[in-house]
Design a protein around this ligand. Structure first.
Ligand code: MN
Length: 434
């Protein structure tokens, strides 16, 4: 493990799936992220992505291409029953199957075009256990805090505690599912009483999620040194947020109905193994910031607990789609800007003895950078609507309108290494119910 400065890139194996050798693909042989799809007879298949295809793993098993150990857990319920070490074996075997020309004729029947399969949440519908959302970007916390407290944007606990809240797992949906504009209580500052109706401040939040592989026993904290052994892999998360509902309800207990109506995840789980070449040191703390308490402090985590993942938000309005215009990029950030590492978040989550279970989803919170074009929400980008975003066709957005499609993308690039991408996390805003 660890990265020397340059010149140690491994020789790349060639994949006989041509689209996987395209330098622009998110899914080369080096990635092989896991997912779950449903076929036209409603049968579910755990799979890995390769180029613009998916490899059906139960199909490979039936054909005798996996060994008995690799096949354990590949049932219809998704990744919750696949242990992490087995997932490593499966990726290794899949790479063999997809690179050995002698195996091509046997493997090819188990490849399907990604455009022809319906992806499900990777841990199965209803199989994602609990969902926790953190607040790990100090830039996001500062930007949002500044809107409400210009002089003291960061609350005093921020640099000590990885702040989070318990989200709602039942409304986690997979990329491509439409998001109905939620209704709720809102109150404008000059109104005497709140009203109930569709949110007027619908927003996206650009986040990265990480799935728990094996969990921990109730009462048994996971030390930071072991935290990453509990992480199956990463996905993209859009934590849709109704800012007006949130503003009225959030005190004193935090986010509730302004968040729980929908959270979109990308269908592919990119493993930590695949992200190994893109590890970097955790973000350096500013001079004068406190050292993390001992349970949040570890040398290895400091040296390689960060990940260099480019993150983008793209927007396509209904008008843009109607006139054949492609989506426009409205933000570009990076996961390396987080104040807390994934390991610190997981260790903190369990530090009181709280048990995590396989398939639980933890998310980073909105990932924002230091510059205006790297913020992960419209709340920050438009200063809560005060400075509308102007799109190339002249349309303006303070917040999202019906018909708007939000597309999150994530990818890693490093000289000498294959690009490793996350695919897309998409959602179109549908009108509120009558
Ligand atoms: Mn969030």
């Amino acid at each position: 493990m660890g990265i020397s400065s340059s010149g140690d890139a491994p020789a790349r194996k060639r994949c006989w799936v041509e689209s996987a050798n395209n330098p622009e693909t998110d899914f080369p042989l080096e990635n092989l992220p896991f997912g779950l799809y449903e076929d036209d007879r409603q049968r579910r298949h755990t799979c890995v992505a390769i180029g613009d295809l998916v490899l059906d793993l139960p199909g490979c098993n039936t054909a005798g291409l996996l060994n008995a150990s690799q096949a354990i857990g590949l049932g219809p319920r998704g990744l919750g029953h696949v242990e992490l070490w087995r997932a490593g074996q499966i990726r290794h075997r899949a790479a063999e199957l997809l690179s050995d020309p002698a195996l091509r004729a046997q493997v090819e029947p188990h490849l399907i075009a990604q455009k022809d399969v319906r992806m499900l949440p990777p841990f199965g519908v209803g199989g994602i256990g609990d969902y926790t959302d953190f607040y790990a970007s100090i830039h996001h916390a500062t930007n949002v805090g500044r809107l409400f407290r210009p002089d003291t944007p960061l609350l005093p606990n921020y640099k000590w505690v990885p702040i989070g809240y318990h989200g709602r797992a039942s409304s986690l949906i997979v990329s491509g599912t439409e998001v109905k504009r939620p209704c709720g209580q809102t109150k404008s500052p000059d109104a005497a009483a709140p009203t109930f109706g569709p949110t007027q401040m619908l927003d996206y939040e650009l986040e990265v999620g990480f799935f728990v592989a094996h969990g921990n026993e109730l009462g048994q904290p996971v030390p930071l040194t072991e935290a990453e052994e509990h992480i199956f892999g990463l996905c993209l998360v859009n934590d849709w947020s109704a800012r007006d509902i949130q503003a009225w309800e959030y005190q004193p207990l935090g986010p509730f109905l302004g968040k729980s109506f929908a959270t979109t995840i990308s269908p592919w789980v990119v493993t930590l193994d695949a992200l190994e070449p893109f590890r970097i040191p955790a973000a350096t703390r500013a001079e004068g910031d406190p050292e993390p308490l001992p349970y949040l402090s570890d040398e290895r985590d400091r040296e390689q607990g960060g990940f260099d993942v480019n993150l983008e938000v793209w927007l396509a309005t209904a008008k843009m789609r109607a006139s054949g215009e492609g989506p426009v990029r409205v933000s570009r950030g990076n996961l390396k800007d987080l104040y807390w590492t994934l390991g610190q978040m997981l260790a903190h989550h369990t530090s009181n003895g709280c048990n995590l279970r396989p398939g639980d989803l933890l998310a980073t919170g909105t990932v924002s950078g230091a510059t205006p074009d790297s913020v992960g929400s419209l709340l920050e980008r438009t200063k809560r609507g005060a400075e509308p975003l102007v799109l190339p066709n002249g349309e303006q957005r303070k917040f999202l309108e019906d018909g708007d499609e939000v597309i999150l993308r994530g990818w890693c690039a490093r000289e000498g290494y294959a690009r490793v991408g996350f695919g897309e996390c998409r959602g179109v805003v549908a009108p509120a119910r009558d």
